[in-house]
Design a binder for this molecule. Structure first.
Ligand SMILES: [Zn+2]
Length: 222
């Protein structure tokens, strides 16, 4: 039994309408990730590994939205819950079309969906914890129950939710493979995504190409 080939999960970060072109917080080429994610889903299903998606899921009164803070300007920084906070446009509000997974995404294949940013007074970039690490989502428990030790991660946005999900996964002891080519960033500053990737790699995430992911999963003992 090849132990290193077992116990993988595919983790798709925030592949939602509002992060794609015409969405409320569009990431350049965000929708390019959808078809590639579908390829990864097919490979994961064939290998019978867990497919998990995170979903940004804000209440309408979320205080990370500039509109809910008098004087706050989108893209500028302030403070929320005692933490530095970038102010965002209203996005991924629970129950809206913008919060839905992209229509082309094979979401029926998901084994689990992890919703985050559900409390109005603190933001959650990571799929594991809120930004203050005051509360955890169900993700870590789910992975531990299933014996998952390696995560293959891709999605939106490189410089926020992907980055913090990867860093938390590494800190929790998971082996992380980041599929850089299927991530896209917000890039409030032009090099934010590159810096985020460098940060992930410095913390021992391993960059992996999609072709290598698919090849590795094809050899995964089902
Ligand atoms: Zn959000």
């Amino acid at each position: 039994m090849n132990h290193t080939a077992m116990n993988h999960a595919l983790l798709l970060v925030d592949l939602q309408n509002d992060f794609c072109p015409n969405g409320a917080l569009p990431v350049a080429q965000g929708d390019v990730t959808i078809d590639v994610a579908n390829l990864a889903i097919v490979a994961a299903q064939k290998a019978r590994i867990l497919v998990i998606a995170s979903q940004d899921w804000h209440p309408a009164n979320h205080l990370s939205f500039a509109d809910n803070n008098p004087g706050a300007v989108v893209g500028e920084r302030g403070e929320l819950a005692g933490l530095a906070q970038t102010w965002w446009p209203v996005h991924c509000v629970q129950g809206t079309r913008g919060a839905e997974f992209h229509q082309r995404l094979h979401h029926e294949a998901f084994d689990a969906v992890i919703q985050k940013s559900t409390k109005h007074d603190i933001d959650s970039y990571s799929a594991f914890f809120d930004n203050g690490k005051r509360a955890a989502t169900a993700l870590d428990n789910l992975l531990r129950q299933r014996g998952i030790t390696r995560l293959i991660i891709m999605g939106l946005a490189t410089d926020y939710c992907v980055k913090f999900t990867v860093l938390d996964a590494l800190e929790l002891g998971y082996d992380v493979q980041i599929v850089e080519e299927n991530c896209r960033g917000v890039n409030l500053q032009p090099d934010d995504s590159e810096a985020a990737l460098a940060d992930m790699v410095a913390h021992r995430a391993r960059r992996i190409g999609l072709a290598d992911v698919i090849a590795a999963l094809a050899h995964h003992p089902a």
